[in-house]
Design a protein around this ligand. Structure first.
Ligand code: C2E
Ligand code: CA
Ligand code: CA
Length: 284
């Protein structure tokens, strides 16, 4: 047993401690990784549920680790949030996403492809946010309307005062705001009145529940139905996340979801994959 620093004794757990060591090793390596440009962005298609045309892509960060290979954000985003590095990391993601989207706009102007970028709570309440977003838009020439920022309900709830005004300023510039993982956070919807939200992204958990005709599935369908009605009553658009099967895609279309995202429509892929998709639909 070993003292945990708060005067308590913890039982030594070799598996846990190996995991913690691996985690702190990653945390220590992250700043250098950022310097060496080891972050890669993959883009996942967001398509119209009715005809599957490409409407937007979500930027999802990965870490191309020299020894460990490509690591998903679950391995390092929470570390970056704890250390504050998330702000620098987020700046990189934003700049790259705007640059790629601007290139897609130049090559495929008819597609009007939007790019959706995740914003951590810490970024949302950072004083430089409006300046950084405006700079990224100006440098890349991307129209504000083609940028969407995704915030979770808890990030929005944590945002008050000046940061809340920054989000409103961004919305006034034309940037779209989306609520990520909608339905899993607070049941308090007051933030919908405080912020000009454009889109609700329904949490994957509800979509996952749509499996067939079992009773659980019926409940999840009713929840989705109610959330879509709520969203549409407020003039918000609805994106369903984690769509994996044709059955789910069919049900979500019937329930009125506007757009969908998930392996059924297409996996996250590097920018070149999206360019190929755009080229394919431009040819037909
Ligand atoms: P998220 O924003 O909810 O992103 C959607 C996640 O669903 C992604 O996980 C995506 O790869 C995954 N996904 C795609 N298709 C399917 C499917 O058919 N079924 C299921 N079950 N999942 C699917 P990923 O890429 O591992 O990202 C995990 C989380 O990391 C994201 O969740 C987001 O919260 C965070 N994240 C990713 N990139 C960034 C970033 O640049 N900044 C910040 N702050 N967070 C990020
Ligand atoms: Ca997201
Ligand atoms: Ca999500």
């Amino acid at each position: 047993a070993k003292a945990d620093g708060r005067g308590r004794w913890a039982v030594f757990d070799p598996v846990r401690s190996a995991r913690d060591r691996a985690k702190s090793a990653l945390a220590a390596a992250l700043p250098a990784a950022l310097e060496r440009d080891e972050l890669v962005i993959e883009y996942q298609p967001i398509v119209a549920t009715d005809d599957q045309r490409l409407i937007a892509v979500e930027a999802l960060v990965r870490w191309q680790h020299p020894q460990l290979g490509r690591l998903g954000p679950d391995r390092f985003i929470s570390l970056a949030e704890e250390t504050g590095l998330i702000v620098d990391l987020g700046d990189r993601v934003l700049a790259t996403a705007c640059a790629d989207a601007s290139r897609w706009l130049a090559e495929f102007p008819d597609a009007q492809l939007r790019v959706s970028v995740n914003l951590a709570a810490r970024q949302a309440s950072e004083p430089g946010l409006v300046g950084k977003v405006s700079t990224a838009l100006r440098r890349t020439g991307l129209p504000a309307e083609l940028l969407q920022l995704e915030l979770t309900e808890s990030a929005v709830m944590a945002t008050t005062g000046e940061p809340l005004r920054s989000l409103r300023r961004l919305a006034a510039l034309g940037v779209r705001l989306a609520i990520d993982d909608f339905g899993t956070g607070y049941s308090n919807l007051a933030y919908l009145r405080r912020l000009p939200i454009h889109t609700l992204k329904l949490a994957g958990a509800f979509v996952e529940g749509i499996r067939g005709d079992d009773p659980v599935s019926q409940v999840d369908e009713r929840i989705v139905d109610a959330l879509v009605r709520l969203a549409h009553a407020l003039n918000l658009s609805v994106t369903a996340e984690a769509v994996e099967t044709r059955h789910q895609a069919d049900r979500l279309l019937a329930l009125g979801c506007d757009t969908g995202q998930g392996r059924f429509y297409g996996p996250p892929q590097e920018a070149g994959g999206i360019t190929a998709l755009l080229r394919g639909s431009a040819d037909v």
